[in-house]
Design a binder for this molecule. Structure first.
Ligand SMILES: [Ca+2]
Length: 304
């Protein structure tokens, strides 16, 4: 939250801190003022807020908060302060409030610190949009579960406590349900499956891994093809001479080679000389052609 960046948020689920924590900045600042209004991203859904860290030490001996976080069951501050969160007086200290549920699809959180007094680590809460549509009432039962035993969540994920949450919130290591059923390796979440862990990485990381895998696969295929081609054409010994595809022999008698010599031996300078002397150049593979004077092209001819 902090002072800047405070605004309205439409969400399916979020983890909210009082301020941006770093190794050198664990405590919230003096003179902080921030208000954020949260809306459930899906029409008709409500919000569930679970405070999981609270450290706001500046309060009077009578317990009145000099610094405080205020939670309203409304789209604006100063209206419908939630009783479980200290009402209009807000909450401070270290005692966590119970899980809070909005009446409608909106909830406002206001954090304020004054100019003096001790500072703390602030707060951290998880706020989750929940679908109570299948419940027989809009309010949770006393044990925090939806009042209908088996809610039908459609495409959403059904927690063990029967709240429906967005399916993108499962297996992200954040306890959105409140009973950890969205993070369980068993039940409906099955968070140890490879697919679910892959999806947990997020769209960007998943795309990067997929593209990287494809590129590596293509590189491997190209490397294998190149190796095969090299081994097919490199069967001659290191001193061999290879002619190009323009080399010609005929059935009526071997005519001098027309092609260029790629590698010249020590005792001759071209293929014509090598063929007439037959020493040391000798053809060890030679095709017999079906008709006189018919040319035959070699793409890869081997000599010793
Ligand atoms: Ca989760």
């Amino acid at each position: 939250m902090e002072g800047d960046g405070c605004k309205s948020q439409r969400l399916t689920g979020a983890t909210v801190f009082s301020h941006h924590r770093t190794a050198n900045k664990k405590l919230f600042k003096h003179k902080t003022e921030c208000t954020m209004t949260f809306y459930a991203a899906i029409k008709g859904w409500k919000l569930m807020l679970r405070m999981i860290e609270l450290d706001i030490p500046d309060r009077t001996s009578k317990g009145i908060c000099n610094d405080a976080v205020y939670i309203y069951d409304h789209k604006s501050v100063y209206a419908n302060g939630m009783d479980d969160a200290g009402g209009q007086g807000g909450i401070c200290g270290n005692r966590l409030p119970p899980t809070l549920y909005s009446t409608d699809s909106v909830m406002t959180v206001h954090f304020r610190s004054d100019a003096t007094g001790p500072r703390g680590k602030g707060f951290k809460f998880i706020i989750t949009a929940i679908n109570p549509a299948e419940s027989t009432s809009n309010q949770p039962m006393k044990n925090g579960t939806a009042s209908k035993s088996k809610a039908s969540c459609g495409l959403a994920f059904r927690c063990n406590n029967n709240w429906c949450i967005d399916k993108d919130l499962i297996c992200d290591r954040i306890n959105h349900c409140g009973d950890y059923s969205d993070e369980s390796s068993e039940g409906r979440a099955k968070c140890d499956s490879v697919l679910n862990r892959f999806m947990t990485l997020g769209v960007t990381a998943a795309v990067a891994i997929t593209v990287g895998s494809i590129v590596i696969f293509i590189v491997c295929i190209v490397a294998i093809i190149c190796c095969c081609k090299k081994s097919a054409c490199k069967k001659a010994d290191p001193n061999s001479i290879t002619t190009t595809a323009t080399s010609v022999v005929t059935n009526g008698g071997v005519t001098p080679f027309q092609g260029k010599i790629n590698k010249v031996g020590t005792n001759y300078v071209n293929s014509s000389q090598g063929r007439t002397t037959r020493n040391p150049l000798q053809i060890i593979q030679e095709q017999t052609l079906p008709h006189p004077n018919q040319a035959f092209n070699y793409s890869c001819q081997i000599y010793k």
